[in-house]
Design a protein around this ligand. Structure first.
Ligand code: F6P
Length: 360
């Protein structure tokens, strides 16, 4: 019988985290299962920072962005950052996580996270800890699930930005470039580009040729369309170049911070087109704010399914959306590699049939 579980949110935040936490806690009451929250992702698991999570704590949090538990994307217990003699070194603190959890009488750990946090969850599962995962990330780059929660809200934010950029692009006869997040996958760019009526979408999966991008804009201009909208994913790159890295943070789950490709595309278009360009970097706007309707429902379904998996002792699994059903899949399937857009992706092909250009 499961008596007590713990929940943590790991990695970058996204809309819907609180909706998952609320659903877990509310379902747990029906099984007399006590829920503890772990603060700041795996950092709290190492440092032993546990708080009670009851109906009172989750009341009113459904529409709230962020996570009431806090999160971190730099505290992998298998290579935990510690100061030794004034120097930062990495030590394996995974045994401490397991003993902290066992000492508290916790029967299962629910990890709400993306590929970084769920890879850690898998490593803990291999060491014998009962875990259940919930797929979170605005990037939608997790395998074995059709969608992660948070993605649709981020796409909506980007689409609203594109609607606004459209009116000013049209008035000034300019080329507006919107740089969106997504890391090494182009899902946010592709979906928001379609929803926001972009003319060109640049994604990591389709390396671009700047001459082709210019050709698309000049072609529109020759048809009296004196403005264009380009959506560029932060991980996009030219066929003969590399991704633009803004910063490298040592000690993070993924040390590479992307950013700056929008400015590069704008610069490289100069001289190839006869229109002014302006660049907007949407940044963390995509991670903030209230989850949209779709994500509130998906996050709630995931939370309920995670609790069902706990009760069924279906450990080492991640809850996932496949078609219209919520299922459980092995964590190892979810984190095998990142889910990227394949050349025959139906949505990508639909965009191409619509006449959108990808710079290839
Ligand atoms: O994984 C989510 C994400 O927002 C990516 O799209 C982006 O590359 C990264 O996190 C940004 O991380 P940070 O919040 O550490 O700048």
């Amino acid at each position: 019988m499961i008596k007590r579980i713990a929940v943590l949110t790991g990695g970058g935040d996204c809309p819907g985290l609180n909706a998952v936490i609320r659903a877990i806690v509310r379902s747990a009451t029906h099984h007399d299962i006590e829920v503890l929250g772990i603060l700041d992702g795996f950092k709290g698991a190492v440092e032993g920072e546990f708080v009670p999570l009851g109906l009172k704590e989750v009341s009113g949090i459904l529409p709230r962005g962020g996570t009431i538990l806090g999160t971190s994307n730099r505290d992998n217990p298998f290579s935990y950052n510690v100061m030794v003699d004034g120097k930062m070194v990495q030590e394996d603190r995974s045994d401490l996580v397991i003993s902290n959890i066992k000492d508290k009488g916790i029967d299962c750990l629910v990890v709400i996270g993306g590929d970084g946090s769920l890879s850690i969850a898998l490593e803990l599962a291999v060491k014998g800890l009962p875990v259940v995962g919930v797929p979170k990330t605005i990037d939608n780059d997790l395998l074995a699930t059709d969608l992660t929660f948070g993605f649709q809200s981020a796409v909506e934010t980007a689409q609203e930005a594109l609607d606004k950029l459209h009116t000013t692009a049209e008035s000034h006869h300019r080329v507006m470039i919107l740089e969106v997040m997504g890391r090494y996958a182009g899902w946010i760019a592709l979906y928001s580009g379609i929803a926001g009526g972009a003319d060109v979408i640049l994604i990591p999966e389709v390396p671009y040729d700047i001459e082709k991008v210019a050709e698309a804009i000049n072609d529109r201009k020759s048809k009296n369309k004196k403005f264009s909208i380009i959506v560029v994913a932060e991980g996009a790159k030219p066929g003969d170049g590399e991704m633009v890295v803004k910063q490298v943070f040592e000690g993070r789950t993924d040390p590479v911070k992307l950013g700056g490709i929008g400015e590069k595309v704008g610069r490289d278009l100069e001289g190839l087109i006869n229109l002014e360009t302006r660049v907007t970097v949407l940044g963390h706007m995509q991670r903030g704010g209230s989850p949209n309707t779709f994500d509130r429902i998906l996050a709630t379904r995931y939370g309920v399914a995670a609790l069902d998996a706990v009760v069924a002792k279906d450990f080492g699994k991640m809850v996932a959306l496949q078609g219209t059903s919520i299922v459980t899949v092995p964590l190892s399937e979810a984190v095998k590699h990142l889910k990227k857009i394949i050349p025959v992706d139906e949505v990508l092909l639909a965009a191409r049939k619509l006449g959108l250009k990808f710079g290839d």
